[in-house]
Design a protein around this ligand. Structure first.
Ligand code: AP5
Length: 217
């Protein structure tokens, strides 16, 4: 099964993708994580995108399409969850072309809907494990054992540089202006489903799983 998770910054795409990975054995393809890995490695691509990401703007379509095309050819038939791609209509169109070329179809496109005011709170409170990347929140999603990652046990946590209040506003603007227009693109294809992303994390997971279980028949 192959799915796209869509939604604004902080909607819970990464949180849900990690759970689906564990539950269904799918591969999470997060373009944000790929770019952060390039930055951490100090690669030429990482250096090229650093200022753009920190300003809350979108990286160019050419760069993103090349990055994801490379990963899709390496999947070897495994199901995937696209998280953070596509983010513009040209990216959605390019994705269709690359999937067709590889004989792959998207089974479901799931949009997580969340109010802008809640997004700011979620992003401002987010932190993640430095070792394995598991994502937490200061109030909504704390590690079960104080100060210790639930997944790998590390006690080292980090906050993203683009999670500053001033950058969050730019990211929300980029979402409304450049990414939201892809929703009608998928609605027209009849594959778009919406889930109430304002609900508790577990409730959102149940809603997403219900869609996927129906899709599997
Ligand atoms: P990216 O990393 O994709 O960031 P994003 O889309 O802004 O999404 P986030 O990771 O912020 O949010 P999320 O929806 O995954 O939420 P999460 O699960 O963490 O992109 C970063 C940058 O890279 C972009 O700004 C751009 O520069 C560049 N980029 C990446 N892809 C690109 C592309 N295709 N084209 C161009 N540029 C690209 O949850 C957030 C917090 O809320 C967490 O603390 C979590 O614990 C909490 N939470 C989650 N769900 C709930 C819930 N239901 N209730 C309460 N709290 C919750």
């Amino acid at each position: 099964m192959n799915i796209l998770l869509l939604g604004p910054p902080g909607a819970g795409k990464g949180t849900q993708a990690k759970r689906l990975e564990e539950r269904y054995g799918m591969v999470q393809l997060s373009t944000g994580d790929m770019l952060r890995a390039e930055r951490a490695a100090g690669s030429p691509l990482g250096k090229q995108v650093q200022a753009i990401m920190d300003a809350g703007k979108l990286v160019s379509d050419d760069i993103m399409i090349a990055l994801i095309a490379n990963r899709i050819t390496q999947l070897g038939g495994k199901g995937f969850i696209l998280d953070g791609f596509p983010r513009t209509v040209p990216q959605a169109e390019a994705l269709d072309v690359m999937l067709e070329k590889n004989g792959i179809a998207i089974d479901q496109v799931i949009e997580l809907t969340v109010d802008d005011s809640a997004l700011v709170d979620r992003i401002a409170g987010r932190f993640s494990c430095k070792n394995c990347g598991a994502s937490y929140h200061d109030r909504h999603n704390l590690p079960k054992h104080n100060g210790q990652c639930d997944v790998c046990g590390s006690t080292d946590f980090v906050r993203r540089p683009d999670d500053k209040a001033e950058t969050v506003a730019a990211r929300l603007t980029a979402y409304h202006e450049q990414t939201a227009p892809i929703l009608p693109y998928y609605a027209k294809k009849g594959v778009l489903r919406s889930v109430d992303g304002m609900a508790d994390i577990d409730v959102v997971t149940t809603q997403v799983e219900t869609i996927l279980n129906k899709s599997k028949g």
